[in-house]
Write a protein that binds this ligand. Structure first.
Ligand code: SF4
Length: 341
């Protein structure tokens, strides 16, 4: 995939988003008629930061909790516990009314550009809605200027404002989704599998667009994806999730060249490399991801880990530094802190 190279980043970027020990548990069943209500621990103690102008990618297999993190940040699912701090202000405990004007700072681009746009609304109405909701335009001339600028910014013609979503291709619809997010003048855009449903060449175009917008507007991106081949080209840092927890987080280069968690190594082993013969050895994990209703004791990954030993079955590893802003949760790193992949 051809994408624009990452630009170098400043030494001390300002933290925009801080997530501390976020949990989102769902109660299943009512507990009526003697049935025991069960708890699904979709997100179970997740902490990370995103700096202004930074891309953090949240990766992992389907069902690991990464989309629930996104929805909890947007308060589409109220968090069970933990803190979400945006630009120094705690927002997870605000009332709906207090939160409403702050919502514009975090916007979301969804996976499916076909279902995330209202088919009965013209592009003009779709883009005007957030501008009006957040009171951003000073009169109708300003609104028109903003709508035209948004179309140009995402590479669509201004005269397409009167058209409807079904008149566009998948990639163009995703551009409309991005324009809708930008209309609110956000600081952070959460891209939830935003390019997963697109063809390979269109994927690269949308990723390049997001990178250009990031540079132009100093946007932070939380890029949620199961596709490490895409993430490798466009992120500054990576957080790897397994069964509701982050098991490894660090700068892109460290994660891709020297992963320190067996799960990350297994995920990376499936990523194609450009040079023939330079392939990573494929690691095929045994078994399925356990249920988040009854996660295994000790290390949650021990039922599938090729390196599991007795301690892993009883003691949960903590997410500890392995150097250079790189953290991993694996007992093996205590035994051999300098061990590379
Ligand atoms: Fe594997 Fe044990 Fe490390 Fe968990 S703590 S990833 S089971 S070696």
């Amino acid at each position: 995939m051809s994408v624009t190279p990452l630009s170098p980043r400043g030494a001390a970027p300002e933290t925009l988003l801080e997530v501390n020990d976020l949990r989102k548990h769902f109660t299943l069943g009512s507990g009526l008629f003697g049935r025991r209500a069960r708890t699904l621990r979709a997100v179970d103690g997740v902490s990370f930061t995103v700096a202004r102008g930074e891309t953090l990618s949240l990766v992992g297999e389907s069902g690991c909790g990464k989309s629930t993190v996104a929805r909890s940040l947007m308060r589409l699912f109220p968090p069970t516990s933990g803190q979400v701090v945006l630009a120094g202000r705690r927002i997870d405990d605000l009332s709906a009314g207090t939160l409403r004007p702050l919502r514009r700072h975090i916007q979301m681009v969804f996976q499916d550009p076909f279902s995330s746009l209202n088919p009965r609304m013209s592009v003009r109405s779709i883009l005007a809605e957030p501008i009006r909701n957040f009171g951003l335009a000073k009169g109708s001339a300003d609104l028109d200027a903003r709508l035209g600028a948004l179309m140009e910014r995402v590479g669509l013609p201004r005269d397409a404002l009167g058209r409807y979503p079904h008149e566009f291709s998948g990639g163009q619809r995703q551009r409309i989704g991005i324009a809708r997010a930008l209309a609110a003048e956000p600081d952070l855009i959460i891209c939830d599998e935003a390019v997963s449903a697109l063809d390979v060449s269109v994927k690269a175009q949308i990723v390049n667009l997001l990178q250009d917008l990031q540079k132009e507007l100093d946007l932070a991106l939380l890029f949620i994806s199961h596709d490490l081949a895409i993430v490798e080209h466009m992120t500054h840092r990576v957080a790897v999730m397994y069964l509701g927890k982050i098991v490894e987080i660090g700068p892109r280069r460290d994660i891709f060249l020297a992963p320190r968690h067996p799960y990350t190594r297994a995920l990376l082993s499936a990523v194609p490399v450009p040079e023939p013969g330079a392939g990573r050895e494929r690691i095929v994990l045994k078994g399925d991801v356990p249920s988040p209703i009854a996660p295994p004791p000790g290390c949650r990954f021990h039922t599938r880990c090729p390196h599991a030993f007795d301690r892993c079955r009883v003691e949960e590893p903590t997410l500890d530094s392995v150097g250079n802003g790189h953290l991993a949760a694996c007992h093996l790193n205590e035994a051999a802190p300098a061990r590379a992949a």
